[in-house]
Write a protein that binds this ligand. Sequence first.
Ligand SMILES: Cc1ncc(COP(=O)(O)O)c(C=O)c1O
Length: 353
Amino acid sequence: MTTIHSLARPEIVAIKPYSHAAWLPTLTRLHANEAPWRPAGDDTVAGLNRYPEPQPAALVSRLAQLFGVDAQQLLVTRGSDEAIDLLSRIFLRAGEDAILQHTPTFGMYQVAARIQGAGVVDVPLQRSQQWQLDPQRLLEAWTPNVKLVYLCSPNNPTANRFSEESLHSICATLSGKAVIVIDEAYIEWSGTPSFARFLPRYDTLAIIRTLSKAHALAGARCGALIGRPELISLARKIIPPYAIAQSTVEAALRALQPAAVAESNQRMQQLLEERTYFAQRLGSTSGIEKVWPSDTNFLMIDCADPQHILDKSTAGGFIVRDLRGNPALSTSLRVTVSTREHNDRFLCSLEAP
Ligand SMILES: Cc1ncc(COP(=O)(O)O)c(C=O)c1O
């Protein structure tokens, strides 16, 4: 039994997956009860009347190349949200297991754990330490029923990334005892390489990636779970058989052609410059007390009167994220960096009388 199998729910290890319609594209399909005509408005190459390829090979291979891993180390998911959901279902037994997460962080880790009936252990990041991860405190909070440890780097909503040294110290201690999940949704904005290059070193490391942010495909719902092949085959057993819509497969493959990636990289570069500009301007806006440093495509701001800033935003036609639900962020809001035009209009609306 591998380490991944010993951490997984035994019923998932034992489950026999649904046997989907065979994928033999050279033969005419009379085996999946599909309509033989295309629906109105269908502009896909393969046809929306057909079930899509389960784990589309071309997309798996392109994403693996993009993320610097082998195809057997990657599962395509409906956004990274689905990767989080799959991990919860594979590893968390209701009423017994738990996740460990730093707070504040992305809300779906704990929602997915609670849907599964599992516990949530929080380790608060400290404002006084600029929201940096304290590996020692996190390790002290680990207990054997903690099966998933989420590290969001760069972190949503605090916008900072964690040092590789701190990630290594957690992996070195917990590898084999829990699955360490590093969520790299915003890594493209951080100028640092993916931690996926350490998959050979740590048995139970998992990385989640998404095309929603830097690749501008949030509406397509496309992400990836990356890990050892044992983990990927367990996830493959439980993901719904035709999870990735054909329109998504084709849109992602188009967006990942070399010329399109070069263009995205250029846009990302521009957005980084815009982030510097926007951060400076927000920092000198009345009522904004602090703009936190950012390794992401958003800025977390602390406000003297957050409700006033929210009201001004709405009056100017903008919506920003209210973070006050988290007691550690009682004066904070999160603002996405956008185009110069949007950013300037937003700044103007804050200054409007
Ligand atoms: C840290 C983090 N992880 C994962 C996600 C989910 O992204 P998606 O499901 O679009 O890939 C988000 C979305 O905002 C996020 O901020």
